[in-house]
Design a protein around this ligand. Structure first.
Ligand code: BES
Ligand code: ZN
Ligand code: ZN
Length: 473
């Protein structure tokens, strides 16, 4: 979306978006802007309300902000306007920036407006959103210069829109190859290198655990490695994202919720979106990211419960349940990343367990780490932008859950308790005791219900969180 800052509204005709902080329903002073006033009785800036006035060839959209605003609410308010008020958004639209707004608030508002262009109807005949018209230019009426905040807000939303697409498109479109191609294209456009290992190369270097998950699928697994290396980098961060393009459960076939399992690459989708954003913002950190992408299918060639498989780090794994596949691809992703790139901090993100959803619901992701400083920084970064994390324990007393009699480790405790924790303990086993590793289980927050669609859909959880975390280092 193109934008232009303007300093006056002389002769303007079109739509004015006018955010208003809450006053009082009994106030005798009406809300007033541009010669148009609204009695407090009908509109006084209450959060999540809006009021339309047609006057002087202009549609005035008064937008209620409430009294105090957090980043996420502000973004959602503007996403709602762009998404649900399409009919009043013509060719000429002005966003009026309240004098009270700081640059972070401008960033959130702009990001929300851009996200509001998202349309879930990928396979429908749709009219294009007015903001996506090639000639459209959003005019921003402001007394201060918010150029940087505007540009950043657009970049954040663009990366999140990419992740929306990757997660919401079905698995017969978003195959492992599709993710690999996306990474290659994004690498060229934003400036990071990309290497893809297909089945042959992955076999040659011994990504056995990753390959076991994909062996029942017609779609070739793709081990995606991305490396963003700015000229001067302060620190080296490693990312790994679960890229299961569809999770049937394998031979332990899912009996509930399978229809949603195109979302099982949302961790990988967040890593891909974050790589775009980190490179687009030219952050001065080296970031190496891996997305092990494959499909967990049902087939004569599928791995079966009780199989013992090998892994990249040489440890053997007893398969108790083929539906606990995410940890198998992440195990090889983590060991490969840590052994070959030695990043100073490693973060993995995955729709890993139903247990994390049972524990925390849809409010926050589950965070696991032994590094208190990393935990604090991740939580603070999430709080700033409304992608919250809550820490769960990684105590060694849970280690017995993954001890196997036949192999070095097993992929599931077999017990219906503490599933998110034992999954995290399994991942920890493959981190080679890395001192600064965190695991984010985002099964409850990556794909969900909200006001923007009838069905569950992508949230892009993690794209901004990971980027903010790196920015805040
Ligand atoms: N992909 C699922 C986890 C999931 C659940 C993602 C809900 C999104 C929403 C994962 O691979 C899985 O199936 N986990 C099992 C593990 C169990 C068999 C040990 C689970 O959590 O039930
Ligand atoms: Zn599964
Ligand atoms: Zn899964």
């Amino acid at each position: 979306m193109k934008t232009k800052q303007i300093q006056n509204l002389d002769g303007f005709t079109g739509t004015l978006l006018i955010p208003v902080f809450e006053t009082n329903s009994k106030s005798i002073v009406p809300i007033e802007f541009h010669g148009t006033s609204v009695a407090s009785k009908v509109f006084y800036g209450k959060k999540d309300t809006h009021y339309l006035v047609e006057k002087y060839d202009c549609t005035h959209v008064f937008i209620g902000l409430g009294k105090e605003l957090d980043y996420k609410s502000l973004k959602t308010i503007f996403r709602r306007i762009a998404s649900k008020q399409k009919d009043v958004l013509g060719e000429n639209v002005v966003l009026v920036v309240p004098n009270e707004f700081n640059s972070t608030q401008v960033e959130a508002a702009i990001s929300g407006l851009v996200l509001g262009t998202y349309n879930l109807g990928h396979f429908k005949k749709n009219e294009i959103h007015p903001f996506l018209n090639p000639n459209f230019e959003l005019q921003i009426f402001t007394k201060k210069d918010f150029d940087d905040a505007i540009t950043k807000g657009i970049k954040i939303a663009n990366a999140q829109l990419e992740t929306f697409n990757l997660v919401d498109l079905p698995s017969n479109t978003v195959t492992p190859k599709y993710l690999a191609d996306w990474a290659i294209e994004a690498g060229k456009k934003y400036g990071f290198s990309v290497e893809i290992f297909g089945k042959e190369k992955a076999t040659e270097i011994g990504l056995h655990s990753f390959l076991a998950v994909g062996q029942g699928s017609e779609r070739e697994p793709q081990f995606i490695i991305m490396d963003y290396q700015p000229e001067k980098s302060k620190k080296h961060i490693g990312l790994v994202g679960k890229g299961i393009t569809f999770d049937t459960g394998g031979l332990n076939i899912k009996t509930a919720g399978m229809v949603h399992m195109k979302c099982d690459m949302a961790g990988g989708g967040a890593v891909l979106g974050a790589m775009q954003l980190i490179a687009d913002l030219k952050l001065p950190y080296r970031v190496t990211a891996i997305v092990p992408a494959c499909e967990n299918s049902v087939d004569a060639k599928s791995f079966v419960p009780s199989d013992v498989i090998n892994s990249y780090n040489g440890s053997t794994i007893e398969i108790i349940d083929t539906d606990a596949e995410g940890r198998l691809v992440l195990a090889d992703g983590l060991s490969y990343l840590i052994k070959n790139f030695k990043p100073e901090t490693v973060i993995d993100i995955a729709t890993l367990t139903g247990s994390s959803v049972a524990t925390l619901g849809y409010e926050c992701g589950a965070l696991f780490t032994n590094d208190d400083d990393l935990s604090k920084k991740l939580q603070q970064s999430g709080d700033e932008i409304g992608e919250r994390l809550w820490q769960l324990p990684l105590w060694d007393s849970y280690k017995s859950d993954i001890e196997s009699d036949i192999a070095d480790v097993k992929n599931y405790s077999g017990k219906p308790v503490a599933g998110a924790i034992s999954a995290a303990k399994f991942l920890e086993y493959f981190t080679n005791d890395h001192k600064s590793w965190a695991h984010l289980d985002v099964a409850g927050v990556a794909f969900g219900d909200d006001e923007f669609a009838k069905t569950k859909h992508a949230t892009a959880f993690g794209v901004h969180l990971i980027t903010k975390f790196i920015e805040n280092l």
